[in-house]
Design a protein around this ligand. Structure first.
Ligand SMILES: Cc1cc2nc3c(=O)[nH]c(=O)nc-3n(C[C@H](O)[C@H](O)[C@H](O)COP(=O)(O)OP(=O)(O)OC[C@H]3O[C@@H](n4cnc5c(N)ncnc54)[C@H](O)[C@@H]3O)c2cc1C
Length: 407
């Protein structure tokens, strides 16, 4: 791997020198341009740089990690992929609070990590730079174009318009992906609007998140309060409308005048049908590779980034950047995630239609110790549908309450 890296670096230097001394109009063609330095973009850049490729990573903001639009809950699978000390808390439990005020408490042996997303993103990008990535901040991509033999990106770096060309481009530029718009001709279609604050309110149980369901606090999603070190992150998500009124209802439970900062954003919860094209791939939020039930997209984004790097590597080995070769990217990420995203998507659609009465009946059906034990045994933050499927198999009557129109 090191030999490949050294050879590629040498070729790059020779090309740059020949460009400088001989052919002023000659363009140095990069191996890969990655647009966006969130977790998915940084992980794709890191994986490819480690393989010895010349990677340019363009990030529109002046600081990686800012602004924060995340609660930061991840499993140890994520912290296994990045050297990071950005954890601010760990939790093992969740209180689920139903519309009638009743609650159940579930817990796991494995810890869920609460990240400081700003530091986490910087650690991801730092790891990628360490592997050789050329990261440019304050570099907003304005347009992307693919021709038969290259991909060209026009971007504004610190106010100056520039152009770079590569053999392949990866769009890791989040919900409003420019790469997706320019090369795939679409935008995200199903979006959860999330409103979150950093609050000075203190949760009694620092080892558990609080999850709220019901029409007062959400439409088609849920509300949450997460103990995050010195602060509590309180938020709600809503599908098909603004989330602020739900947030106000939820936040009232935590007392007045505790808000330290407002953050939030959109969460794409439907993945794009085709995430590859000639000389281009979409990863993470840009492709909608996010768990629709929980809105978690860090793990899924990084998994997709790893598969993207493997597919790009194969394309270089075959010297074939056509969508035929790159289709292996989609096969790869779907083999890991498709069934989870599919079940999640289906349950999320049901949840967006069920009534408070049905939620309260679900509470009565799952609050017995045997059901709670099952939840504790099967629950997995990265695969949330598993717990619902196992509960339905144990108590098929639950299905009746998931049907639309049940009061
Ligand atoms: C309120 C909220 C809470 C969440 N909580 C969790 C959670 O607890 N756990 C979890 O796993 N997920 C959570 N998510 C989802 C998670 O934040 C995303 O799924 C994750 O950030 C996706 O990573 P990404 O790298 O694909 O995209 P992003 O993190 O969005 O990164 C995209 C990057 O591309 C850059 N960019 C965009 N356009 C351009 C351009 N034209 N040129 C150059 N750069 C560009 C952006 O600046 C950004 O840095 C939450 C989301 C929200 C909104």
């Amino acid at each position: 791997m090191l030999a490949v890296h050294a050879a590629r670096s040498a070729i790059k230097v020779v090309l740059q020198l020949s460009c400088f001394y001989c052919y002023r109009s000659f363009t140095v063609v990069r191996d890969v341009i990655v647009v966006g330095a969130g977790p998915a973009g940084s992980y794709a850049s890191y994986s490819l740089s480690r393989m010895g490729y010349d990677v340019l990573n363009l990030e529109e903001h002046r600081e990686v990690g800012k602004p924060v639009e995340c609660t930061g809950l991840v499993s140890a699978r994520v912290t296994g992929m990045v050297r990071t000390r950005s954890g601010v808390n760990t939790v093992t439990g969740a209180h689920v609070i139903f519309p009638n005020g009743e609650r159940i408490h579930v817990h796991k042996k494995e810890k869920t990590i609460v990240l400081d997303r700003d530091s986490f993103d910087k650690d991801c990008a730092g790891q990628s730079i360490g592997a050789g990535t050329d990261l440019r901040i304050d570099s907003r991509v304005r347009s992307v174009k693919v021709t038969e033999d290259s991909a060209t990106v026009v971007y504004r770096e610190m106010g100056t318009l520039r152009e770079e060309t590569a053999r392949i481009v990866i769009g890791a530029d989040g919900l409003n992906s420019r790469v997706r718009r320019d090369l795939f001709g679409t935008r995200s279609s199903r979006i959860i609007s999330a409103y979150q604050v950093d609050s000075a309110a203190k949760l009694e149980d620092q080892d558990s998140v609080e999850v709220y369901v019901g029409s007062k606090v959400t439409r088609g999603f849920f509300g949450w309060a997460t103990p995050s070190g010195n602060i509590t992150r309180i938020g709600v998500g809503a599908h098909g409308g603004a989330s602020l009124k739900y947030f106000n209802n939820l936040n009232a439970k935590f007392g007045q005048n505790k808000i330290l900062g407002i953050n939030g954003g959109g969460i794409p919860i439907a993945y794009l049908k085709k995430t590859y094209a000639d000389r281009s791939l979409l990863v993470g939020d840009a492709a909608g590779i996010v768990k629709p039930l929980s809105g978690g997209g860090i793990y899924t984004g990084m998994v997709s980034a790893k598969h993207a790097a493997d597919a790009v590597n194969t394309a270089f080995e075959r010297e074939d950047f056509s969508e035929k070769t790159l289709s292996m990217y989609e096969k790869g990420w779907k083999s890991d995630l498709r069934s989870e995203l599919w079940f999640d998507g289906m349950f999320q659609r049901f949840f967006s239609m069920i009534s408070d009465g049905a939620f309260n009946r679900i509470y009565s059906m799952i609050s017995d110790p045997v059901a709670i034990e099952k939840i504790n045994e099967v629950g997995d933050i990265d695969y949330p549908s598993r717990v619902i499927i196992s509960l339905i198999l144990r108590k098929p009557g639950l299905l009746r309450n998931l049907l639309p129109g049940r009061i």
